[in-house]
Design a protein around this ligand. Sequence first.
Ligand SMILES: [Ca+2]
Ligand SMILES: [Ca+2]
Length: 403
Amino acid sequence: MSARHPRVRPFPGHRSIEGLLALACCAGFAHGAQGGGACLAFDGVDDFVRVARTALLEPEELTVELWAWIDGPQDWNTRLLRKGERDAYFLTADQDLDQRMQLLVTRGTALRVQARDPVPHVARAGAWHHFAGVWSVTNARFFVDGVQVADVAHELGALTHEPPTDLYLGAGLPVTLQNEYFAGRIDEARVWARARTSAEILSTWDRPLVGTEPGLVAYWRFDEGSGQVAHDDSAHGHDGRLGATIEMDASDPVWLAGGAPLAPFECWAVNYCASTPNSSGHAATMGFTGSLSIAANDARLHVYDAPAGHAGLFFCGREPARLAFLDGYLCISPFTPGLVRLPPVVVVDGDRHASRALDLAAPPSSVQVLPGDVWRFQFWFRDGAAGGTGANLSDGLAVRFCP
Ligand SMILES: [Ca+2]
Ligand SMILES: [Ca+2]
């Protein structure tokens, strides 16, 4: 840490991602479903949630994931999620008495692919666990708590959906009176119209989503806590109805306070793309003070070790770069969506420092900061370094914002 700026250096150890994440998690920056929210409890007799079908729920490749609290031993062919009749995909706790949580895909009445948890579902009972199934055109994979436990090569290719049906949570197809009702709780159910990677599964299994993630087509957080509708937070309109009717009825699952033990929404700020020394003898670095919360809107951008008395300008963009530019590097891609200036021009003070309120409530028109977005910030400044171009830049600062 520089002795010249002991009070305004934003993050002790801010060059370490781990340090930043630790700070973000413990300093009250993070928001989300930590220990709060709600979930749905299914009685294993007749409870279910029904989601009207759309083509978005019938992709060629797929990821389905949810948190479940399995009450105990489950019935024959107990389903936690089922979409389809003959050509179907399932997250199921059992298939023909194998007693394994699994991704099950059926094709017609004869073909079937299973990617199974190696241990019986009772070994997962009595606690929250996350289960995810991934279907690609070549493999079916299954994950428990973010870790892959099965990878099965198959020859069924892309998913098919014939005949198309609605999607059910906590049950199979209640209309056929099959014995498929789940006894336990479900939370944070997600459907993606693509095969997510292991790294992607691991990065979000225990985190709330924003809802706009690429490929996410349904996202039920079950945080309503009351009522007859489980809303789809992906904005694709896949709202679920509790039970057989929109009125209270015997097949409604029950709202429970609390839910899956999700970690806080992850937000952070981290420096990248180190610059070159300017005429001050130092390389200028970006800093950030205030909250990473968009709602708090008290963030301030800083630059340190810029040459005193020179004018400069903060700017921002979305995509990273490291392009030789002026006496240093451009750390934000100038290509689409491009760079946005953050006026006014500021003058570096005698401590080689300048700052600007970020003011997310009144940003430039081309800047809209949403939760989960990563924005990148940098500072351009005039400089009189011998043999230089007359200008240089700081390093880059990447910021992922919280709600
Ligand atoms: Ca929930
Ligand atoms: Ca109902």
